[in-house]
Design a protein around this ligand. Sequence first.
Ligand code: ATP
Length: 275
Amino acid sequence: MMSNGFAALRLTPVDRGLKIKLGSKAASIDLPINKTELIAATSALLARLQELQEAFYADGRRALLLVLQGRDAAGKDGVIKTVYGAFNPIGVQVAAFGPPTPLELRHDFLWRVHQVVPPRGMVGVFNRSHYEDVLAVRVRELVPESVWRARYDHINTFERMLTDSGVIIRKCMLHISREEQHQRLQARLDDPRKNWKFRLEDLTDRDHWDAYTEAYREMLRRCSTPWAPWYVVPADDKAVRNYLIARMLVETLESTTSVFPPMDPAVRAAAAGFK
Ligand code: ATP
């Protein structure tokens, strides 16, 4: 589907050969945008997503998995609410990853992840993911470097295996600037309805801003693969963020041939006299 007026506004996969920009400029776009038109175009994309999902669900040969990563307050919840909110909930599976439980820590790091990969027919989304095991785990020094370093290969192989089993994987890093994060965290401190969202780790992680930038860079460089590409989403502006992700998902589903399964001839024959 063409999204009129915003032809240039689209995500492109992270190219492993290029330098990945994660400065504050990369958190917003450099195009003059008419907000009203952008929001209308997003609504059209979301309606299209719902249509595409119906065929995808009925077809049932593949699953879609969107992985969302980003710093605190980057908008992961907002994308799930707005973009995944367009889908029929019957075909949606959402999984969130907090600190691992003692049982999860006794398993390999992908154990808890594999269990919640969406089954065929479903559209799934991860709010944080196995990438925390090369991000938070790296920055907070929770395991030795030799352990987290080996995980890039483990992840690429795991995602390859899922792809071969019919899971279409797309990964979005919601990129916000330090100033924007400051404003959003401040709002969580000031607004009593948002206080519950503020965690102590938000402060410590913010102190490690540069270490996270380096960890994100390496993750993007090492794990943007042809079968499971990473996209860096400029996320300072929520409307732009939602448009970009909705468009990428529409394009992904449109490039997947979904067919409504035909009726079983035996059922058709039995129903011949049905009025
Ligand atoms: P969010 O911050 O994602 O909006 P939240 O405030 O509800 O979510 P939780 O989902 O309980 O918090 O936990 C998120 C925290 O869990 C993040 O600080 C993240 O770094 C941490 N986390 C997730 N996976 C791991 C992991 N494998 N090892 C260590 N920490 C992890």
